[in-house]
Design a protein around this ligand. Sequence first.
Ligand SMILES: [Zn+2]
Length: 113
Amino acid sequence: MRRSKRRRLENLWHTDPHCSHCGQLTILVDPQKDRPFYDNEATIDHVYSRLDPRRYVPKQKGEVRRILACRKCNGERGGEENRALSLRTRRRLAQEGKERKREFKRAHNKENP
Ligand SMILES: [Zn+2]
């Protein structure tokens, strides 16, 4: 896990350590190799999934796009979405998402060189 991502997770957890979906109290686990995973450990969840075009639209001021979720809820949400779509559709959407992200970065860099 990148350091910035870790810090984001810690900040979320210190603000409110409960899962945004089920309300369970989560635990902050030390990131280390080959560690076990816990259903109640804190993870970062995105309000808009990778397959949601809104994820690639610039954020409004103060808009929250990342929330705290327990590993169980985070995994279930992704799993549901994956089961609902064919592999082909998922590949296409992921590709489109990457392109949107690139476009967004390009436009954003122009504004803030
Ligand atoms: Zn949960």
